[in-house]
Design a protein around this ligand. Structure first.
Ligand code: UDP
Length: 163
């Protein structure tokens, strides 16, 4: 109901966002949309995931038919990963990126980032954590906290964009 929605959206949260490989050149427009919506960007890095790192990140989708294509795509070039903080950040960032399929986004949420910058169901511009639990795991994946034994085996290739 209205009350619990308000309560939910006024809770300060953190979430993990990714600009996917084929739209890193849309970085400034995506960042502008993020700041316009009032998020704080508290961590950010550009890196290239290996296939196994991409597989680890998307481990929950292992059994899905689109898994191999997704992993191939996500390791095809540099990504930009960031932590966002804001009230109701998890849902609000998901709302800003829009529905998974870029075509659906264009018909149902034309102002969303996937509508503006996505291509299809796989190449859909941005990632956003879907729950508090995913956000915690995914933030730790890209930004492992010091002094904590790393669960992630990701090493990341720091990159300057290859041209
Ligand atoms: N994906 C895909 N085919 C599909 C569904 C998803 O390639 O039929 C990809 C797409 O890049 C998506 C990611 O897998 O962003 C994770 O899927 P999920 O269902 O979690 O969608 P999201 O939470 O990213 O909207």
């Amino acid at each position: 109901d209205e009350y619990s929605r308000k309560a939910l959206s006024s809770k300060k949260e953190r979430t993990l966002g990714i600009i996917k490989p084929d739209v890193c050149d849309k970085f400034s427009q995506i960042l502008e949309a993020i700041y316009d919506r009032g998020f704080k960007v508290t961590k950010m890095k550009m890196c290239q995931l290996s296939r196994s790192e991409a597989g680890q990140f998307y481990q929950e989708h292992q059994a899905k038919s689109f898994y191999n294509g997704l992993i191939q795509f996500m390791s095809s070039g540099p990504v930009i990963a960031f932590e966002l903080i804001g009230e109701g950040a998890i849902l609000n960032w998901r709302a800003l990126i829009g529905p998974t399929d870029s075509a659906t986004a264009r018909s149902e949420a034309p102002a969303s980032l996937r509508a503006r910058f996505g291509t299809d169901n796989t190449r859909n511009a941005c990632h956003g954590s879907d729950s508090e639990q995913s956000a915690t795991r995914e933030i730790e994946f890209f930004f492992p906290s010091k002094g904590v034994k790393r669960r992630s085996t990701a090493t990341f290739t720091d990159c300057t964009l290859c041209v």
